[in-house]
Design a protein around this ligand. Structure first.
Ligand SMILES: *[C@@H]1O[C@H](CO)[C@@H](O)[C@H](O)[C@H]1NC(C)=O
Ligand SMILES: *[C@@H]1O[C@H](CO)[C@@H](O)[C@H](O)[C@H]1NC(C)=O
Ligand SMILES: *[C@@H]1O[C@H](CO)[C@@H](O)[C@H](O)[C@H]1NC(C)=O
Ligand SMILES: *[C@@H]1O[C@H](CO)[C@@H](O)[C@H](O)[C@H]1NC(C)=O
Length: 549
């Protein structure tokens, strides 16, 4: 009994700490960063935002969206965001064409209740988002109840809709309100990527789609799909069906068919997210070798074949014939301008053991410098892929090993001492993407999101021209210990910390201020149905994550 009373008391204390007294929260304590929760603040933080404490009611039952342009992407987005903002409503109420809407708007002009969002933009682009998409927008909610969203391109409208959905919140009496606000927003970096690995563990289409939704809710715009690797080859190729038949964990259950890929690319497009596939070679290709005879290098011990295989064999012409056909297909299947071609962690041991390769090295005048062989392979591959009108990204080792590649190659930096590497790579004139500080597959105890929040992609020694070569960054979730069971909770909201670093201005970097907003953002993700994990120590959200036992 005494203990039950104590529990009730503790619960009351907790409720008070969490809801009643912001001053108390500010003090925090030694064990945690918990700093309370903001109310109706967006994540990531906009470029500029002024908001007042004046709240305007939002009329849930009458709310409509109106747009200056007919745009299929936007019609879908209105349906999606209406559900996010208000839960389920009768869809017939939702969307009014511009002309029909004029009358309603005139009628509502005098009211100080927000009952519409008026969207104006000039370019409905129903194709794919790209590196040059304009994601800027402005958003205003005025005291007399007008809510307006303006942008140049539909991609900016999508980002603005997300922000609007975050500004509207429910008060304790269940009514919807939005504070009087003015926002002018644009991303700091053009490339804000998130890598998932579907080779170490297969990931279902459902979890990939859920993750794309949460990415959009954090304004990420690139899904870097590390689709195959040593362990399995789930990509079902129509040119080489033997690759997934022999190389997938299961040739029927655990593959991505051409239809599956189309579905993911389309799902991403509707959310303004690019899909950049990675087909990593010449290393990380054990699973490729199962379906393609003689693709991999045969390894030798003491002059005898030992049954092992190394990286792709860069010598025979058949290797390049295969690669050409394979990447012809990839260029068709994935519409994005960029393909990631890997090139990381190539072990030279097997190449060194193979007599044919040693002979080739001599013939080519490479001596014993196997990085020259790697460079030879990579450059042939890059030429092939640029012949397909694609651009490419590769991991840093290719350059570290001294290989020379075309100057428009994008280099992804993932190793330690990344500041020096960024200086060096941009000094050589290459464009770059930073991933090193954002390997979220590494987990630890405590409030680790701070470690992802503070690194700045431009925090290296270099000229202005060098800094302009930094396209952005990527969060990586390698799949050794990740599958459908823990993907969303391991990533979110930890990946939100990176999202703000890549979207918001550099000076939005105060950890204790951000703590309140990321706390609200986590609760927002929970209320939207995602199992976003606690990251600030003890605390409570308005609603529990609905656990389906
Ligand atoms: C919105 O208004 C409420 C009530 O005045 C206030 O507590 C809250 O801090 C405001 N939020 C923002 C982001 O200005
Ligand atoms: C490979 O291709 C090169 C260039 O086209 C050619 O010179 C060489 O003879 C070919 N080698 C083989 C083994 O077919
Ligand atoms: C890259 O190479 C092309 C072709 O060789 C050249 O025209 C261009 O000026 C180079 N760009 C840079 C930034 O070095
Ligand atoms: C930049 O250069 C200065 C002077 O050489 C050095 O002290 C500093 O550590 C460098 N900063 C980074 C981030 O590399």
């Amino acid at each position: 009994m005494a203990s039950a009373l104590k529990d009730v008391f503790l619960l009351l204390v907790c409720v008070c700490v969490c809801f009643c007294n912001e001053q108390e929260e500010e003090r925090g304590n030694a064990y945690m960063l918990f700093a309370g929760k903001s109310k109706g603040t967006p994540w990531p933080y906009p470029k500029t935002m002024t908001s007042s404490k004046v709240q305007v009611m939002v009329d849930k039952d009458a709310f409509v969206y109106s747009s200056s342009e007919e745009c299929a992407i936007l019609t879908e987005a209105f349906v999606r965001y209406d559900k996010i903002i208000f839960g389920s409503r009768s869809p017939s109420l939702m969307f009014k064409p511009w002309r029909e809407f004029r009358a309603t708007r005139d009628r509502l002009r005098e009211s100080s209740v927000v009952s519409s969002l008026i969207v104006t933009f000039s370019k409905c682009d129903n194709s794919y988002p790209s590196l040059t998409s304009d994601e800027s927008y402005n958003l205003a909610i005025t005291e007399d109840g007008k809510a307006t969203l303006g942008a140049t391109e539909v991609w900016g409208v999508l980002r603005g809709l997300e922000t609007f959905s975050q500004l509207v919140y429910k008060t304790s009496d269940g009514s919807y309100v939005v504070n009087v606000t003015s926002i002018d927003d644009a991303p700091r970096f053009k490339h804000r990527g998130l890598l998932l690995d579907t080779s170490r563990h297969y990931l279902s289409l459902n979890v990939l789609k859920d993750n794309l939704d949460v990415m959009a809710q954090n304004k990420y715009n690139v899904f870097h799909w590390h689709i195959v690797d040593d362990q399995s080859f789930p990509y079902e190729s129509y040119t080489f069906p033997s690759m997934s038949r022999m190389g997938a964990y299961d040739p029927f259950k655990f593959v991505y068919t051409p239809n599956d890929v189309r579905e993911i690319v389309e799902y991403a497009r509707l959310r303004g997210i690019r899909v950049v596939p990675e087909f990593d070679t010449p290393g990380h290709t054990q699973s490729w070798g199962k379906g393609i005879k003689d693709l991999l290098t045969k390894c030798y011990t003491a002059g005898k074949l030992n049954g092992d295989f190394g990286p792709i064999n860069p010598v025979p012409n058949t290797t390049y014939t295969f690669l050409q056909q394979f990447f012809n297909e990839i260029a068709q299947v994935f519409p994005d301008k960029y393909v990631h071609l890997g090139g990381d962690e190539v072990s030279f041991d097997c190449w060194e053991s193979n007599p044919d390769i040693v002979t080739f090295m001599t013939d080519m005048g490479f001596g014993k410098d196997y990085s020259k062989l790697e460079g030879y392979y990579m450059q042939k591959l890059l030429d092939m892929v640029s012949g397909l009108k694609k651009s490419y990204i590769i991991w840093q080792e290719v350059i570290d090993n001294g290989a020379k590649v075309a100057n428009n190659t994008v280099i992804e930096v993932w190793k330690d001492k990344y500041q020096e590497e960024l200086s060096r790579i941009t000094g050589l004139g290459y464009k770059t993407i930073l991933a090193s500080p954002w390997y979220l597959d590494y987990i630890s105890y405590g409030t680790d999101w701070k470690n992802y929040y503070t690194p700045d992609p431009l925090g290296f020694n270099g000229t202005e021209a060098q800094k302009e070569l930094v396209m952005g960054g990527e969060t990586c979730l390698w799949g050794e210990y990740v599958d459908d069971t823990n993907l969303i909770s391991r990533l979110w909201p930890r990946a939100s910390a990176v999202a703000e670093r890549l979207w918001s201005p550099a000076d939005v970097n105060d950890v204790s201020e951000a703590a309140k907003r990321i706390e609200e953002h986590r609760c927002r993700l929970i209320s939207r149905g995602y199992p976003a994990e606690p990251i600030n120590g003890p605390g409570v959200c308005e609603s529990l994550y609905l656990y389906h036992a």
